[in-house]
Design a protein around this ligand. Sequence first.
Ligand SMILES: [Zn+2]
Length: 453
Amino acid sequence: MKLYNFLHRKVEEFIPLKSPVGMYSCGPTTYDFVHIGNLRTFIFEDVLQRVLEANGLEVKRVMNITDIDDKIIKGAKDAGLPIEEFSKPYEKVFMEDLSKLNIKYANVYPKATEHIGHMIKYIEELIKKGLAYAREGSVYFDISESPGYGKLTGLENISLKEGTRISSDEYTKDDVQDFALWKSVESTEVGYDSPWGRGRPGWHIECSVMSQEYLGNTFDIHAGGVDLIFPHHENEIAQAEGKTGEKFVNFFVEGEHLLVDGAKMAKSKGNFYKLKDLEEKGIEPVVFRYLTLTAHYRDKLNFSWESLQGAHNALNNLREKIRGWNEEIGLSEQSNLGDNLFWQRFFESVNNDLNLPQAVAVLWEMVNSDTTTPGRSKVLLEMDKILGLNLDQYLGKTIEIPEGVQKLIGRREEARKTGNFKESDKLRHEIKKLGFEILDTESGPKIKKTNAS
Ligand SMILES: [Zn+2]
């Protein structure tokens, strides 16, 4: 299996360090609902896990939950709620979003607030090694003492000015500065006692501490989004390798942005979407998952309502096609998965740095092929173990349509034939309320259950 390793900026053969494969991803900060750009990253990470598993590897996944930071503190204050009460609902919805998108849960979701003691110890060790210094109750990482700093981002050649001390945790892109490991706070603010006085941890330290705690000093894969490469991932490496003197991570795998109508998502632009916004428009979450699979994770994906509708139509077509497959699902003793040419090409595609667009194209080729591929149902289900589109709920399952619904469908066809589209829309709506959806296809109307079962 090959993966693009951001550390070396090239596609490399993935060779696991040990079993299970250790994989860490940066998780959400629970001050708001995650947006569909974040969700795209979480889907790509899920697909990566599934491809590793399809290669016979066991995976241990760790994803942190940042449940203490400036935005959370401000949000809680504005809402007049204790921190935990404020952030809990966002965490709950985050977990629900993952399951709606068929994203497998990580083995551990460590929370920053539950690892404060560990972070303090870690920072103390960095100070002991001369890699960090305390100033007025805060502690900073001294990047001039970190010779490898910049290796992920390619900033090695930038001269690091001594004494670029900063007092905030805010960065502008390409700012190379010492960063806060521990931030001093007033006694009235949310904080924790430490050897340097009352304060709270910086954001970068939590990922080094918690990833190494659950996966060891050196582990296989660190995944995230490209927006986290600098400074976040760069700083994680500096902290971790500074502390242990060992390599932190073998593969950094970074997913590209999702754009909305060609632009970066921003609350101010009104193009900031959450999964709930899609659901409110009657779009199943798994349709969004399908959409993300049609772009390579290292390419930007442009989201628009049209592209989402296109994904919806494609997925519905796929479902309708496989409903008609009624052969035996199991492969015979003689033929196994590896002999199937569609599977071979699909597997090659996903193993080639997760080329999902190509893999999905192979799936479509199989579905559209005139000849019945022996064992194609089995192959389809194996493909779906990686795609995660719930295809088992449609495969070979014809729909039983109640008489009442059939009558409404008949009336709607009549209305359509006579050009009474207002009536036909009304009937479509009535049919939908009964749990069925009409798809107008080239070969006439088709019916599907809206709550698949
Ligand atoms: Zn992180």
